[in-house]
Write a protein that binds this ligand. Structure first.
Ligand code: GLC
Length: 658
């Protein structure tokens, strides 16, 4: 690599200076007219001090910390040198418009490549489908090489640089990223950073007895330490394996495995692991991945005597990775996948950590309100906890490839008169067919007999009542299920953040029970909502009598509306109290446009009374973009069962709009 700097700075000496005196570097004379190499140096100057500080804090007890830090700078410089021109152009564009993902134009989709199109090569043919749905963000579920048989849906990665041969090649992936980018669609992939599979090269070497690679994982000769750790740890997959450690017969050691026994937790207390994973991350960025979903972030840092979840070290690791990205692949964005207590979910969201985050609380509470037909917990929690720091955005979803866990705050529940434990039991019963009168068809996931914990699997349509209604062949129930689904979707698309469609839900995919006869899937009920795309149903998208038509076209219409309402851009969401416990309402505002969004969670008509609307100017009228009707702001607002309205507040008075 040519290390001669184009603007009179020697990067190697620069890095030494950076490590010795980060503050001094910030004030030093950085190149004014940047070439691409000098741009790198400039970004080093901007983000390097933060990186140095984080790295030396994380590894303060390691005598070799500086050696590894230098190695990290080499990795970044080499990776930058390999970055293609079109990605460098993208870097500059994103730096110039850092809030690009907050736009109302953003709409996401997520799919399994094998279930959707068999492989990457065929995926190219479906870009028109993504365009029809107006997606701007496409998340492909894990596509890298994995062990045969059970691989936790791809989350046991054997190489971050080799696409699973059944799905395609790295070349195809890189090409896909480029083609999608040309179509205005950002490629999103998982960065499974908490663990590798037990077949990853590093794990193989560890198993073969190499102490360097045993140091990449948490391995133990006996149960002494695992037993001590275990006292404070949760169990994530208790039905497949108890505890958090697995015995590896080949290595003759215990290894930390938070998830399945074949998923080995990486040891981030080792700076060699940080550097190795930074290299893998930049490799993915250079392949054209624009957003990395940081999988299972809560678990990446361990300390004896703690739950080993959400520790400061975990945040520091992500922040350090973020600084690495800002320097060597600036357009790369992180999305946090922390399915933990709502306060902890928020703790990962920051421009210098993860600017994007799943919104599991909103997801869970929409389902909670759908079951109870009441919105008090949803409203209370959203009011308290929806706000994100500047420059960040939620990713809102109704369903994804995982189960639903009831992640609300116990105190929030008590404050609105709900007993949290009893309520979780009710919700589990409601969604797994153990509550009379329930409309839902869900399947239990990971029942823990010691704690009583349970989560729920199932598709949007099956959980929202469609499967049961179709089985009963009852047109009224079918109608209710369809309306319920549309109403829930309307929240996902309007509340603020990137709406993420779990592909299959766009046409109302039902549960698929065939996983029960597959030995590699039968013990994981999440496969009930991971099924093959039924392309033959595409014909129904143009048949107005078909349910698929209603779902698909209803969604397309709502997406089209979203994209043309600047008030729906991220930010500016105020909860609005209608006084009716079955309604959920909020105000969205931007660019001089104001929208009042109202959703009815019950199968009965509901009214938002005029007194509650008295805050709007008397002359104002509401235009409902969904129903295309006008409503005076002075009257009661009546909503049909499961109706939702996107009301633009139009004030015809001459003072308005000044
Ligand atoms: C995340 C994934 C989940 C997987 C787990 C372990 O939570 O969403 O599917 O089982 O991480 O990688």
């Amino acid at each position: 690599m040519n290390r001669t700097p184009s603007a009179g700075l020697d990067p190697a000496r620069f890095v030494d200076a950076l490590i010795e005196n980060p503050e001094g570097v910030l004030s030093s004379d950085l190149p004014a007219a940047p070439t691409d190499r000098a741009l790198f140096v400039q970004r080093l100057g901007r983000h390097g001090p933060r990186l140095v500080d984080l790295f030396l804090t994380l590894y303060k007890d390691r005598a070799d910390a500086r050696k590894w830090l230098k190695r990290l700078f080499t990795i970044m410089a080499e990776s930058w040198d390999r970055r293609t021109n079109d990605l460098r152009t993208l870097d500059r564009a994103r730096e110039a418009d850092p809030s690009w993902f907050q736009s109302e134009k953003m709409v996401g989709g997520v799919l399994y490549v094998d279930l959707f199109s068999d492989n990457l090569a065929n995926l190219f043919e479906h870009i028109a489908y993504f365009k029809e749905l107006e997606l701007t963000y496409l998340h492909l579920m894990p596509i890298f090489s994995v062990p045969h048989g059970d691989s936790d849906g791809g989350y046991a990665v054997s190489s971050y640089r080799a696409v699973n041969a059944d799905l395609g090649t790295m070349k195809e992936l890189t090409q896909l990223a480029r083609v999608l980018r040309g179509e205005g669609i950002s490629l999103v992939l998982d960065f499974v950073l908490n663990h590798t599979s037990n077949e990853h090269e590093w794990a193989r070497r560890a198993r073969a007895g190499d102490p360097v690679y045993q140091g990449f994982y948490h391995t133990f000769a006996d149960r002494a330490l695992p037993d001590q750790y275990e006292r404070h740890l949760r169990e994530i997959f208790p039905t497949v394996r108890r505890g958090n450690f697995s015995w590896d017969a080949e290595m003759q050691r215990w290894v930390w495995t938070t998830f399945n026994s074949f998923q080995w937790d990486l040891n981030y207390a080792n700076p060699a692991v940080f550097c190795a994973m930074a290299e893998e991350m930049l490799y993915l960025a250079n392949a054209g991945v624009e957003v990395l979903r940081l999988d299972a972030v809560a678990f990446i840092w361990k300390e004896m005597g703690t739950t080993c979840e959400n520790l400061v070290g975990a945040h520091d690791i992500i922040r350090a990775f973020n600084a690495v990205a800002r320097i060597a692949a600036p357009s790369l964005l992180f999305k946090s996948e922390a399915i933990v207590h709502p306060d902890q979910v928020l703790s990962y969201v920051a421009p210098e950590e993860c600017p994007l985050s799943y919104n599991p609380m909103l997801m869970a509470l929409i389902w909670e309100a759908a079951a109870t037909r009441e919105t008090r917990l949803l409203e209370h929690a959203v009011k308290k906890r929806a706000r994100l720091p500047e420059g960040c955005s939620w990713v809102n979803y109704l369903r994804c490839h995982d189960d639903i866990g009831w992640t609300f705050d116990d105190e929030d529940a008590r404050q609105v008169g709900i007993d949290p434990a009893a309520h979780r039991r009710f919700l589990n019963a409601f969604y797994t067919g153990n509550h009379s009168g329930s409309f839902a068809r869900g399947v239990p996931f990971q029942y823990n007999p010691d704690t009583g914990d349970l989560r729920v699997s199932g598709t949007l349509a099956s959980l929202a009542g469609l499967e049961q209604a179709l089985d009963a062949d009852d047109p009224v129930l079918i109608q209710m299920a369809v309306r319920r689904i549309m109403m829930m979707r309307s929240i996902m698309l309007s509340i603020g953040g990137i709406p993420l469609i779990y592909i299959g839900d766009e046409w109302g995919m039902l549960n698929d029970y065939t996983y029960l006869s597959d030995p590699t899937k039968v013990s994981d009920s999440r496969w009930v909502h991971r099924s093959r795309k039924k392309w033959h149903l595409q014909r129904s998208y143009s048949d107005p009598a078909a349910l698929e038509w209603r779902f698909f076209n209803g969604l397309k219409e709502m997406i089209g509306l979203r994209k043309n309402l600047p008030a729906l851009r991220n930010g500016g969401m105020e909860h609005f109290w209608t006084g009716n416990p079955h309604l959920f309402a909020y105000l969205r505002q931007a660019d001089g446009q104001q929208l009042l969004i109202v959703a009815n969670f019950s199968e009965h008509g509901q009214v938002a009374s005029r007194d509650r609307l008295s805050g709007f100017p008397k002359e104002a009228v509401f235009f409902d973009h969904i129903g295309k009707t006008y409503h005076p702001a002075t009257g009661d607002l009546a909503l049909d069962p499961y109706q939702y309205m996107w009301l633009e507040v139009k004030d015809p008075s001459p003072a308005a709009g000044r």
